[in-house]
Unconditional design. Structure first.
Length: 422
């Protein structure tokens, strides 16, 4: 089997995902994708005629985010017309899946060079959801709700799922707030020390004006005392009727867990941030790297996908991590760094607790609570982040995973390359 290598990874800064407030909110999502595609080609003197495919992740493929962004953004970035492109949707997990599929293509020998990544402009998707609600159409977060499916696998709102898991698992509000505080503190240190500088590329408008060249979302002034004063975010939405029969997000969970009295733990300070962003990862074979004088930064050791209870939705990362470790023939002790997406604090807290990990190895540069979660792009961002951090610390292996709607989690293990014979 051919080895698959990560040659490089780039991303945009993450902008606040609200129209009128975020620096990227007026940009077209295709422009964000084209920005990172162009950057990764230029940084590596990539002859785009040799790119076999562009595999892209977009979760809400609607409006300006519809229409096969992988292909269109590649053309927008100036790639040769022979570089094809596709777009996929695995909800929050798509940014890992795009890289995993690129690796599979290279490992199978069916491709030599693939650019993978993702984009999400949540400033757009929030506006689209609002418009649909005003038109009497169920917004995307309710898109999986229908009576036939709900009888077998009732699926709720992710925030209420987070609260349900925290209730079931016995986490306290203080424990979850500590996750949010840690994320902010670590992100602030990472930014101050320039740990993201290697991967972050500015977003520039067509007229050459720099739109955004720094992280826009973090709140380094966050305190534990301030977090403790925030009201839970999902109390009201849990009981909003979804249909004429009075179905609610709370009742959907209670269909499967009738005795569960869901407590409310999560709020804006211990949940992932709403942001805009894009990321790209260049994946190639060893032969391609040698032929084009490229030095790989990491080897893709193993990938995996895992499904879990779609009603609780957020619990697949732990079994996904175990599955990818088994595929790699490794143990937890063989992994130096972990990135688990902080969709909600309970996801990271449960991951660390259930696997018996040390927080010194997990999300060492903060996570989506502090930096934001541009859904279709986040997985690709995390892969780039862990490669950067393995290099910075001189460590060997990293594991990345994240929860996704529908009760899924993709995972990947990468290994830093030190001595590549070119």
């Amino acid at each position: 089997m051919t080895e698959a290598y990560i040659i490089d990874a780039v991303r945009t800064p993450r902008g606040i995902g609200k129209q009128g407030k975020g620096a990227l909110a007026e940009q077209h999502p295709q422009h964000l994708a084209a920005t990172v595609l162009k950057a990764i080609a230029e940084r590596n003197s990539l002859d785009t005629k040799t790119v076999d495919d562009v595999i892209w992740s977009v979760s809400t493929q609607d409006g300006m985010q519809a229409g096969d962004m992988g292909r269109m953004a590649a053309l927008d970035a100036g790639y040769d017309v022979t570089s094809s492109g596709m777009t996929l949707d695995r909800f929050c997990g798509g940014g890992i899946t795009s890289v995993n599929l690129a690796a599979a293509q290279v490992m199978s020998g069916m491709a030599d060079c693939v650019v993978a990544g993702g984009t999400e402009m949540m400033s757009l998707t929030a506006a689209m959801a609002k418009e649909k609600m005003q038109a009497g159409i169920k917004p995307p977060m309710m898109g999986s709700y229908n009576e036939r499916l709900a009888k077998v696998h009732p699926q709720s709102h992710q925030g209420i799922c987070g609260d349900a898991i925290a209730t079931m698992e016995g986490f306290t509000r203080e424990e979850l707030d500590a996750v949010g505080y840690r994320s902010q503190q670590r992100a602030a240190q990472a930014i101050e020390e320039g740990r993201f500088d290697k991967s972050v590329v500015p977003v520039v408008a067509d007229d050459g004006t720099v739109v955004l060249d720094r992280e826009e979302f973090p709140r380094p002034q966050t305190t534990l005392e301030g977090l403790a004063q925030l009201e839970p975010a999902f109390t009201k939405i849990a009981d909003v009727p979804l249909d004429a029969e009075g179905t609610t997000f709370r009742k959907l969970i209670n269909r499967k867990y009738p005795d569960l009295e869901i407590e409310n733990f999560h709020h804006a300070g211990n949940s992932s941030g709403v942001v805009d962003g894009a990321a790209a990862v260049l994946v190639a074979s060893a032969d391609y790297a040698r032929k084009h004088s490229l030095k790989p930064r990491a080897r893709i050791v193993a990938t995996a996908n895992m499904g879990d209870d779609p009603t609780l939705m957020l619990n697949a990362p732990v079994p996904a991590a175990k599955k990818v470790l088994e595929k790699a023939g490794l143990t937890l002790d063989d992994i130096d760094l972990f990135e688990i997406n902080e969709a909600f604090a309970v996801v990271a807290a449960k991951f660390v607790r259930d696997l018996g990990l040390d927080w010194d190895k997990v999300n060492v540069n903060g996570g989506s609570i502090a930096l934001g979660h541009p859904i279709g792009a986040t997985g690709s961002i995390l892969i780039g982040t862990i490669v950067d951090e393995l290099e910075r610390q001189g460590k060997q292996r990293g594991l990345v995973t994240m929860c996704a709607a529908g009760g899924m989690a993709p995972a990947i293990i990468v290994e830093r390359v030190e001595d590549f014979v070119d």
